[in-house]
Design a protein around this ligand. Sequence first.
Ligand code: NAI
Length: 402
Amino acid sequence: MRILLTENIHEIAKEKLTEEGFKVDLIKHAPSEEEYNKILKNYDVLGIRSKSEITKNIIQNNPHILAIGAFCIGTNQVDLLAANNNGVPVFNAPHSNTRSVAELVLAEMVALSRQLGDRSAKAHTGEWVKSAEGSREVRGKTLGIVGYGHIGSQVSILAESFGLKVLFYDVVKKLPLGNAQPKSNLEDLLAESDFVSLHVPETPETKNMIGSKQLRKMKKGSHLINASRGTVIVIEELVAALKEGHLAGCAIDVFPDEPASNKEKFVSPLQGLKNVILTPHIGGSTEEAQYAIGLEVSESFRKFLRYGTTAGAVNFPNIDLNAKESVTRIMNVHLNEPGVLGELNGFISEAKANIQAQYLSTDHKIGYLVTDLELDHSQMSAQQLADKFISSKRNIKTRIVF
Ligand code: NAI
């Protein structure tokens, strides 16, 4: 197996995959479509970050590619439908940077309470603003977390150990950690919190979920933190609440319009306002998160290549498998059409092989069938049987693990 890792993926990924006996090449840049079409001929598996565009053309020109790993959070740089239709699972690392975001939020609560951003900027220009007025400890204050998922729940643990009282609101019933208290509606959480931190995904329901009506519900002098998605807040209405002095400040890491690269200029109506911390979507951007992403996606590759596990793949029927002794495992991706299982199992029956276990998961277009076979009395070798699978008109991909 040969694996190509592009875009300067953390070298822990190469280290782990090499330990497994795979041949790994690491390159620093994001190849163009043309370059990918040339170099991928030599590889079975591809790892990218966010700058590569893995188009339908690349996927169709390289039908031998077994899996793609996005060593980041987002996967919209890959044509997921084309990958699915060609039997290619796409893996990512959605939660490797959870702790990094949670730490930033904690730091921002203290920074907002002490107006650190403004005072630091003034000290840099020679102004000395030594005063206790309006500066407060966070101890004993109330933090309201909106969205109690991976990040929200980590923020909850860290905030409690910092001496804050934690409330949370989630659309799904969640087990409270520590002494955190669930709230049955957003309005109550907003009305009772000194800090509100948003940790919801981007969905039609969360778009513009914090506008002037919700900001009015927040306590006068409270603070808002958003390190989730830029579309969650109506920025102009937040600007108004800050200018009126209803909110004492905010820390915003994500914006409705973000520059596509570090070379583009960043523009926001929040610029220049008092006690407003603006950061360039760096909540999850740490060395540790890059390391954790390298580990997580290389582990997904290992489990897929060794056992056929597709658990966690974002575009593919999920099956979670472990190693099994004394069986031959055939992994088959097929068009999900009536009669296809009968056809494939007919080949096994013809070969007089015994099915030890069989696993199937499907979506509307494809089926993923993993079969563990005892071939002791079989009249065919594993490869001959796999070739039978491949001969089916509905076969997309078939491979064997011994
Ligand atoms: P998650 O999926 O683990 O948790 C999200 C939670 O929000 C879930 O518990 C869900 O039930 C809840 N939720 C969904 N809709 C809701 C609604 N309308 N009201 C209240 N709760 C709702 O997601 P995770 O990993 O905690 O990420 C949270 C957000 O952070 C995402 O938007 C993600 O894109 C963003 N993120 C930002 C980063 C940054 O660099 N600033 C880095 C990583 C993630």
